[in-house]
Design a protein around this ligand. Structure first.
Ligand code: NCD
Length: 310
């Protein structure tokens, strides 16, 4: 099977395709029953070479709610890769069994490599500190729902901007929608990588960099918090020093606009105090639900099943 589409980087989809996908996800939310057998007879392989709870469950639940089935592993030591098989051979082999592959891997670029060899569509569920496109679809659907637009927003991203792949994907993707601006909030040691800043600059999207969360809050429409990515640190001591650099509390939220939303890809460690959870602007748990629905829409799109539901 040649000529299939994959999702490795959010820029694999045009803005028009992204919008169509969100419309489909919103339709699924309204009419889930119409989609409950849309993937009957289809099998998804879920290959998690790196630990995951949310993303893996989200894809599993999405496929099951579409009437499809899921096989795979979440511990690579139980797969043939442990015997020394190349990723290319694994991809080729696994794609003979299934209709779609979802892969998470600690090494940047692995999902792309797999998509080159697999005979079916491939979805990147996170490659190292690089990209996490399906989290971005989740984030955009959430923003659409609460802010009713993806343009003309001031978006603050806060925390580990250096290693946070969800942030890299979100910022590059949101810079494609007109009128957005960014505030990059991080300690000096965890600043946004140059390649992301260059992508933003190329589109002439304004941004500022600061280490002052409280000072930034009043101007934001969206505040996207993130955890410090412990697994990407070489020094545990450095991680411990930076871990609690930012903690969003109910008190700090008093300075936020009343319609600003607080997002987080989860898992949270300490960066959002639990006293924020009861604030109606805290939407990170709702975000999880949007993630499942947008993955349902994505699966249908990549399997060319969109519009063929009951
Ligand atoms: C994110 C990830 O894996 O990058 N989590 C997720 O997909 N739900 C964020 C994180 O781990 O910090």
């Amino acid at each position: 099977m040649q000529g299939h589409r994959s999702l490795i980087d959010p820029s694999d989809f045009t803005v028009a395709e992204l919008n169509d996908l969100f419309v489909l996800a919103e339709h699924i939310i309204q009419h889930p029953g119409q989609y409950s057998e849309a993937c009957k007879g289809k099998v998804l392989a879920s290959l998690f070479f790196e630990p995951s709870t949310r993303t893996k469950f989200s894809f599993d639940a999405a496929m099951l709610r579409l009437g499809g089935q899921v096989i795979g592993f979440s511990d690579p030591s139980t797969s043939s890769v442990a015997k020394g098989e190349t990723v290319a051979d694994s991809a080729k082999t696994i794609s003979q069994y299934v209709d779609l592959i979802v892969v998470r891997h600690p090494k940047e670029g692995t999902a792309k490599l797999i998509s080159r060899y697999a005979d079916c569509p491939v979805i990147n569920a996170g490659d190292g500190g690089h990209q996490h496109p399906t989290q971005t679809l989740t984030d955009l659907l959430t923003i659409r729902n609460y802010r009713h637009r993806l343009e003309n927003l001031t978006i603050g991203v806060c925390g580990d901007l250096k290693f946070g792949r969800t942030i890299h994907s979100l910022v590059t993707c949101m810079s494609r929608f007109p009128g957005n601006r960014f505030v990059f909030i991080s300690p000096d040691e965890l600043k946004m990588p140059l390649y992301v800043k260059q992508a933003v600059e190329q589109r002439e999207v304004p941004y500022e960099e600061t280490a002052d969360l409280e000072g930034a809050i009043p101007k934001l429409d969206v505040l996207y918090m993130s955890r410090v990515q412990r697994e990407r640190f070489i020094s545990e001591e450095e991680y411990m020093r930076l871990r609690d650099f930012f903690v969003l509390t109910a008190d700090k939220l008093k300075h936020a606009r009343k319609e600003m939303i607080v997002m987080h890809p989860l898992p949270r460690i300490n960066e959002i105090a639990t006293d924020v959870d009861a604030d109606p602007r805290a939407v990170y748990f709702q975000q999880v639900r949007f993630g499942m629905y947008v993955r349902m829409a994505l699966i249908l799109k990549l399997l060319n099943l969109a519009g063929k539901e009951a």
